[in-house]
Design a protein around this ligand. Structure first.
Ligand SMILES: NC(=O)c1ccc[n+]([C@@H]2O[C@H](COP(=O)([O-])OP(=O)(O)OC[C@H]3O[C@@H](n4cnc5c(N)ncnc54)[C@H](OP(=O)(O)O)[C@@H]3O)[C@@H](O)[C@H]2O)c1
Length: 266
């Protein structure tokens, strides 16, 4: 897929979707910077796995809510490699609350990690991409759809998808593509955390409305990401590729519920 000899940075790749993307890049022959915030042992074990599959990597720490730590992370990439070919802005987190509960620090922290880190990281990455490159960010269906407790992160994801279009336009003439992969329900720690929150119905009530009737895997997300990062996607930029089993294309009325109700009436 054209990853041999490329230098790639994947934020939040100590676990979850970022880890699956980092492993895929490593298997393809890229030199991968595995970034983490606090789980150093997990990040080191991702590097080990990359090296066992024949690739190379290092683990670097930064709290991406802090612009100075973003500068230091990219400074270290510049010092070690002198360039960057692939930047995946994957790290994400938020506080899940109803609208009246949000305080300024919730809004600021979610914006800092999910939007600001992508924009500042994208600036650094573009500076380090001397002969084209790939920038990718991970979004979610909350960018387009509204559901309980997700307003803060969903609106940050919507902002990301807009930034993708502006960055693609400005960086395109330099041979840099900028895209997003938007996930539905993906099997990770954070999915189970979300569905354990008070007021959130059981995950099964959502899964039965997904046309493919199942939760996606980290590898489903990584496959889409690796495609957009590869030579196969050289003419694709400014777009969001949706990986959600069809969740975001459906709407009520749901046929299954109609059947249940008519049986009850009968
Ligand atoms: N899971 C889903 O269902 C789903 C669906 C659609 C989109 N997404 C998106 O996919 C991305 C990855 O999600 P995930 O579920 O795989 O995540 P996850 O398992 O919760 O892992 C989060 C990663 O981000 C890092 N991180 C957290 N806070 C950070 C901070 N302040 N600074 C730097 N790094 C930080 C973590 O580092 P440590 O390990 O060191 O803590 C970890 O590597 C996110 O953008 C998420 O919104 C997820």
């Amino acid at each position: 897929m054209g990853f041999e000899g490329k230098v790639a940075l994947v934020t939040g790749s100590s676990r979850g979707i970022g880890k699956a993307i980092a492993l895929g890049l490593g298997r393809g022959g890229a030199e991968v910077v595995v970034h983490y915030k606090q789980r150093q042992p997990e990040a080191e074990s991702v590097v080990d796995e990359i090296e066992r599959s024949g690739g190379r990597g290092i683990a670097l720490q930064a709290d991406l809510e802090d612009p100075e730590q973003i500068d230091s992370l990219f400074g270290e990439v510049r010092e070690r490699y002198g360039r960057l070919d692939v930047f995946v802005s994957n790290a994400g987190a938020s506080a899940f609350k109803s609208l009246g509960e949000y305080r300024p620090h919730h809004l600021q922290r979610t914006f800092a990690l999910n939007v600001q880190a992508f924009v500042l990281g994208g600036q650094h990455a573009a500076d380090l991409m001397r002969s084209g490159g790939r920038i990718l960010v991970i979004s979610s269906y909350g960018s387009q759809r509204a559901f309980a407790t997700y307003a803060n992160l969903g609106s940050a994801k919507a902002a990301l998808e807009a930034w993708v279009r502006f960055m693609a336009t400005e960086y395109g003439p330099r041979g840099i593509t900028v895209n997003a992969v938007s996930g539905g329900l993906i099997e990770t720690d954070s999915l189970h955390y979300f569905y354990s929150q008070p007021g959130i119905p059981p995950m099964e009530t959502v899964v039965r409305r997904i046309p493919l009737r199942k939760v996606g895997t980290m590898d489903d997300m990584a496959s889409a990401a690796l495609f957009l990062l590869s030579d196969l996607a050289g003419y694709i930029t400014g777009t969001t590729l949706v990986v959600d089993g069809g969740l975001s294309i459906v709407s009520p009325p749901f046929a299954e519920e109609g059947v249940v109700q008519s049986r009850e009436r009968g």
